[in-house]
Design a protein around this ligand. Structure first.
Ligand code: FPP
Length: 243
């Protein structure tokens, strides 16, 4: 769902409630400068901070960033370590976001992450749970298919235990067992770097999403680019299967 929200773009702009961002193109950004890939991720992490703050200024209520997918473990170890280090650094300085009244949440299978990261994630979620200017969601070790499999396992267990009947399984029950739980469906998915695919990101939640693609590489993605994406969304006519 989206609502008329008077953010910095003005009162005639329909601001998406939930925006998803696939932070793609860090590797190519570094390659163009003959730098190791991890430098691209470092720049990408800076862009992430800028765009998260600007999302709040625009009036977006939820923004989910795809930071690490269930498939990204296949990358060389030093690249995986570099991304995890950037993530840990962010967790350590996340208090800046709390000063801005931003709630922070994580989606994905965290059992695969280092215990110290899991602890820090839990603490950040607890400490920010009452903040309500915007919810910032980081997808880390996240895969849409993995998320659905996880939800199905949890429901199947309840059926096996006799807690619920199979005939009670419906969309809202499945929705309630996803990592995103009470987070609303995503309205707009932004993918920079010229690729035009979803790559296992929020596949359940994106059933009615609009897409915005741009050739800009993620480290170069600017506040103006976010505004352009929101303005493009605002001009689209969403019918949710109706007429
Ligand atoms: C995709 O670009 C990017 C990733 C797989 C990692 C994204 C991670 C960050 C921006 C840093 C994490 C920061 C925080 C704060 C969690 P790519 O490497 O696939 O780029 P390419 O397609 O050009 O090779």
């Amino acid at each position: 769902m989206s609502k008329k929200q008077v953010g910095i773009l003005g009162e005639n702009v329909l601001v998406p409630t939930h925006v998803g961002v696939i932070m793609d193109g860090n590797g190519r950004w570094a390659k163009k400068r003959a730098l190791p890939r991890k430098f691209g991720h470092r720049e990408g992490a800076k862009t992430f901070r800028t765009i998260a703050r600007h999302a709040k200024a625009i009036g977006i209520s939820y923004i989910t960033f795809y930071a690490f997918s269930t498939e990204n473990w296949k990358r060389p170890k030093d690249e995986v370590d570099a991304i995890m280090d950037l993530f840990e650094k962010y967790l350590d300085e996340v208090r800046d976001f709390m000063d801005e009244n931003i709630r922070v949440r994580f989606v994905g299978d965290r059992t695969m992450l280092k215990p110290v990261l899991q602890e820090k994630m839990k603490k950040v979620e607890e400490d920010s749970k009452d903040f309500d200017s915007m919810t910032l969601v980081l997808a880390i070790n996240y895969g849409g298919r993995d998320e659905i499999a996880h939800a199905v396992r949890s429901i199947a267990q309840d059926v096996a235990d006799g807690k619920i009947g199979a005939d009670r399984i419906n969309e809202s029950l499945i929705q309630s067992r996803l990592y995103t739980e009470e987070i609303p469906d995503v309205d707009l998915i932004i993918r920079p770097s010229g690729e035009q695919r979803l790559s296992n990101f929020l596949i359940w939640q994106a059933a009615y999403a609009e897409y915005y693609f741009t050739n800009i590489l993620w480290p170069d993605f600017s506040k103006k680019d976010l505004e352009k994406a929101v303005l493009t969304f605002s001009e689209r006519n969403r019918r949710f299967g109706g007429i």
